[in-house]
Ligand binder design. Sequence first.
Ligand SMILES: Cc1c2[nH]c(c1CCC(=O)O)Cc1[nH]c(c(CCC(=O)O)c1C)Cc1[nH]c(c(CCC(=O)O)c1C)Cc1[nH]c(c(C)c1CCC(=O)O)C2
Length: 368
Amino acid sequence: MTSTDIKNDRLLRVAKGQVEGIEYPPMWVMRQAGRYLPEYNATKGDNDFFAVCRNKELASTITMQPIERYDLIDAAIIFSDILVVPQALGMTVEMIEKRGPSFPQPLRDPKVDLARLSKNVDVVAELGYVFDAIKETKKKLGGKVPLYGFVGAPWTLMSYMIEGGGSKMFTECKKWIFQYPEESKELLQMVTDVCIDFLEQQVVAGADIVQVFDSWAGELAPHDFREFSLPYLRQISAELPKRLAARGLEKVPMTVFAKGAWYALEDLCESGYDVVGLDWTFDPAEAVKIARGRVTLQGNLDPNTLYGGRDAIKKGVERMLKGFAGAKGRHIVNLGHGITPGVNPDDLAYFFEQVEKIGREVYGQAKQ
Ligand SMILES: Cc1c2[nH]c(c1CCC(=O)O)Cc1[nH]c(c(CCC(=O)O)c1C)Cc1[nH]c(c(CCC(=O)O)c1C)Cc1[nH]c(c(C)c1CCC(=O)O)C2
């Protein structure tokens, strides 16, 4: 299936900067297939999180849940996790209920621990289940909306692999970049190579657009971001289109979401991605000024707005859409980070409805 076979291709068009005929911004939300949905909790039940990711029937069912519930959603995102890449590199990762991911044996000593990682990872052998889930989801979607594939950014994956889970201080991975910059780059390169192969195969399996999640970009000083994150993000955006061209496949739009990296927006606009995701700490109008039409912007309502009741949601949507009005249609609506487990699904429906309603007004006025 090519992108032309997708019935609702609003999001793909806006990602590519083709804004003609777009009457309100396309929309989806990060973590839209997750615990705020009762149907997700019912399907997941007591199953282990990664076991669900490895089961194409369950993973595709969960991916479809928000699409079936919300008519206004313009894209699906494959149910999986960024931490399947460290698993493919030979690390054990467990998902602990209510606590999040945990690595029993994180990387600590670069001299010993880099050697523990698998060389020449065969992503089809290690992550074939993700491609199977993508193929299954594409069948279920029947071209209704496009499907996002995704990968964690090398810096974010490196920090999980060294910290062994979520972190507040990032002390262990910062020790690596400051004490062992060369070994850090060796690790980042190993991760990058797998990320590129992984994204290539996701597109081969049917992903229509991809997103790179650099969730911990905001932990780096601007100088360190330029040294330890940006070059690897750029390798991904440069290499994937070449790989696809070599296979005779169409280029897919690429998104980078570098959370907290407001300081790097200028660099991100020149990093080879079509779409730059913003968290809620960016002022939309400022971001539009910096972007100068070079990329499509995605975001960025504070996810906790969804706890504020209908008035707060409506005001938040209005402020966001007016803030992005200067992007002249190069805007994909999202939250500034993933939706959280306590949100009432009906409040998310209201959010989408307001995006359509207020979006039509704002886009209609811009035409006059
Ligand atoms: C950092 C990160 C991870 N995973 C991901 C990121 C990047 C985005 C971000 O910054 O939030 C990305 C991710 N994780 C998941 C998806 C699926 C698709 C979607 O967005 O709907 C995606 C795109 C499912 C998930 N990944 C996870 C869940 C919840 C676990 C469960 O249901 O048991 C889901 C639905 C678990 C997970 N996975 C991860 C953490 C930190 C956690 C625990 C946090 C939490 O509990 O919310 C790592």
